[in-house]
Design a protein around this ligand. Structure first.
Ligand code: NAP
Length: 331
C-alpha cells in the first residue's frame, strides 16, 4: 500500500547550524596529511600537506535560509551516530551531507575527489567531518580503517543510465551500481547498525517496457544486482528506490546553492512497496528519507519506493516519517 501524508513545510534540509559550526571553528582548514599516515582524519593521500581554501560565503547562506532547522530532530550536542556517506558529492548526497551537518551528526565521506568536500560544505571541524579519498570500484580503496567507529552508512552513488562523460574511465552502471556496491558491502563491518542504499524504481521490471528503454545499458539490472547483494549480506539494510529525480542535481555548486534547494515544492511524500510506484521525487525528499530510515527500526530489512508531489511534506519530523514508512509496508 502506498501512503501519502501532507503536513507542515519541509524543514529538514535547512542547515544554518553549518554556519555556526563554521564560525566556531574558523581556524580549522582541510589540511591533507602526508603519506603514509592513512588513518588520520583527512586522508587525502597527497604526498604533501595541502590547505584547501573554503569558498563558503556565510552571509549569502544567511540570506537564503528561509526557516531554521532547530526542531525536534536537531540535537544540541554532537550525535553519537557516525554516518559514512558514499556519493556525498552527488545530487542526493550533497543534500544528505548538508542536512546531517546541520544536525551535528559526525560524518565521514568517501569521495573520488576529496577537494569537492570543501567546495561544497566549506571548512568543517575535523571532529565532525572526515573525508577519505576512494573509489568504490577499487576494493583496495575501502580500507577497514575508514569504517572504524562508523555506525551507519548511506550509499547514494550512481552514474548516468546512458553513455556520457560520467562514464569516463569505465565508470559505468555495471562498475558503480553493481561492482561498487558489492565492494562496499564486502568491506563494511558486521557491527554496522544500518546501511541505506539509494536505488531506483523499476529495477524489478527491467525487461518490461518502458523500463527496458531505461535499461538499455543495464542500469536497472545492475542496480537490482547491487540491491540483491545488500539483501543477502546479512547487514541491517534499508533500500530506498527513488522515482525520477527532480530538484538539482547541484553538483559543482556550493552550499549556498544547496540551501536554495530548500525552496523545492515537491515535499508531499508518497511511499510504496512492491515496485509499483511510477513517478518523480525531489532529491530533497530522497535525502530526508535516507536520513530518517537510519532511525526507524521498522525500516530494517525493507525496500521502499518513494515519490513526491507538490504540497507540504513531513519535513524532518521523525514521527511522521515513521508513520509514512509503516503505512507503506505491505502486510
Ligand atoms: N537521475 C534519476 O532520475 C534517478 C532515478 C532513480 C534513482 N537514481 C539514483 O539515485 C542516486 C542519486 O542520484 P543523483 O542524481 O543524486 O546522483 P549523482 O548526482 O549522479 O551523484 C552520484 C554520486 O556517486 C559518486 N560516484 C560515482 N561513481 C563513483 C565511484 N566509482 N566511486 C565512488 N563514488 C562514485 C559521484 O561522485 P563524483 O563526484 O566523484 O562523480 C557522486 O557523488 C543514484 O544512485 C542514482 O542512480 C537516479
Amino acid at each position: 500500500m502506498a501512503s501519502k501524508l501532507q503536513i507542515p513545510p519541509f524543514l529538514g534540509l535547512l542547515p544554518p547550524s553549518i554556519q555556526r559550526i563554521h564560525k566556531t571553528c574558523p581556524s580549522i582548514s582541510l589540511v591533507a596529511p602526508s603519506r603514509p599516515n592513512q588513518s588520520c582524519c583527512y586522508c587525502y593521500y597527497y604526498s604533501k600537506p595541502v590547505v584547501i581554501k573554503s569558498r563558503l560565503d556565510v552571509h549569502a547562506v544567511q540570506e537564503t535560509v528561509q526557516s531554521p532547522i532547530e526542531d525536534s530532530n536537531s540535537p544540541s550536542a554532537l550525535s553519537s551516530k557516525s554516518v559514512l556517506v558514499i556519493g556525498g558529492s552527488g545530487g542526493v548526497g550533497q543534500l544528505i551531507v548538508a542536512s546531517l551537518l546541520s544536525r551535528k551528526m559526525k560524518l565521514r565521506l568517501l569521495l573520488r575527489d576529496p577537494e569537492k568536500a570543501n567546495t561544497l560544505f566549506g571548512e568543517q571541524d575535523q571532529e565532525i567531518l572526515q573525508v577519505w579519498k576512494g573509489d568504490t570500484r577499487n576494493p583496495e580503496d575501502l580500507d577497514p580503517s575508514m569504517f572504524e567507529g562508523v555506525t551507519h552508512v548511506i550509499c547514494c552513488t550512481g552514474t548516468t543510465a546512458f553513455p556520457s562523460r560520467r562514464w569516463d574511465g569505465d565508470n559505468t552502471p555495471e562498475r558503480v551500481d553493481w561492482e561498487g556496491v558489492r565492494n562496499l558491502v564486502n568491506a563494511l563491518p558486521r557491527t554496522l547498525k544500518r546501511l541505506v542504499l539509494v536505488s531506483s524504481i523499476g529495477v524489478t521490471k527491467f525487461n518490461e517496457l518502458p523500463w527496458s528503454i531505461m535499461n538499455l545499458f543495464g542500469v536497472l539490472k545492475y542496480k537490482k544486482m547491487g540491491e540483491d547483494f545488500v539483501r543477502e549480506s546479512g547487514l541491517p539494510f534499508t533500500i530506498i528506490r527513488a522515482g525520477r529525480l527532480t530538484d538539482g542535481p547541484y553538483t559543482s555548486y556550493d552550499l549556498n546553492t544547496l540551501l536554495r534547494a530548500t525552496a523545492g515544492k515537491r515535499q508531499a511524500v508518497i511511499i510504496g512497496q512492491g515496485d509499483k510506484l511510477v513517478g518523480e521525487v525531489s532529491r530533497l525528499v530522497v535525502a530526508e528519507a535516507c536520513i530518517q530510515a537510519l532511525d526507524v527500526e521498522s525500516t530494517e530489512g525493507e525496500i521502499f519506493e518513494i515519490n513526491s508531489v507538490e504540497g507540504d511534506g513531513p519535513g524532518s519530523d521523525p514521527q511522521i516519517w515513521q508513520e509514512l514508512f509503516n503505512a507503506a509496508r505491505i502486510k
